[in-house]
Design a protein around this ligand. Sequence first.
Ligand code: PXL
Length: 275
Amino acid sequence: MDRQKRIVAIHDISCFGRCSLTVALPVISAAGIETSIIPTAILSTHTGGFTGYTYRDLTDDILPIIKHWQSLNLKFDAVYTGFLGSFEQIDIISQVFDMLKTKVIVDPVMADHGELYKIFPDNFPEGMKKLCQKADIIVPNMTEAALLVDESYNPGPYNPKYIEKMLKKLSAFSNQVVLTGVFFDEEKLGAAAYDKTADKISYAFSKKINGFYHGTGDVFGSALTAAIVNQEPLDRAVEIAVKFTASSIQRSFEAKSDVRFGVNFEAGLQDLLKL
Ligand code: PXL
């Protein structure tokens, strides 16, 4: 039997609200991958639609954790980063990439719906650009993509020409790019991918559901990471992640659940394994 894959997921812990590590850990583990974590911050809830949340910054803990792991000679098949707890963490995570010497998947979590998250300073996108430059794969949404390439946000619907131009611009950062929140009409929503080496663009779509559910970017990024580490080709990994995310959204829509509470991905974990 092949050696079990091992990755490290670096995101915050939002104690309630199904995003970041409370999504990455179960999703990637369910795909059979040993999932180590480094929490970047601990919040009582995520910041989307909640007020009064607690916030504990863990910036000072990141390098000591990695240094201890180095003393144990631990090796990882990939590192997957998302929401960072402070601007200073950008530099620290960049050092972590150098230390781990493994495949780097960066979800440049910082913005949505045309706006930078209020918790981040205006220069955060500049820092995130530097981190994306060290990635093998970046997974921005349309707002993050616009910030990375210094364009104004386009709310869509898009056309293939626009998306393909955006993918190619983003490939200045990393060899593989996965762009989420892509739609050409009101029927379907999905993701587009570009592999620069193969010069190959691919798309995956699913039925568009109205309503913005929190944490779907993390559900998508986690499923994508799991599929990539399990050696699926990029286009197939994107297809798997779109299917898993869309079915999680559909379930939550049918249950009429609060959009702030994240999506019911749990009921789809067995299907993810089959995919
Ligand atoms: O899902 C991205 C995310 C992760 N972590 C925290 C967030 C957000 C998005 O708002 O607030 C704390």
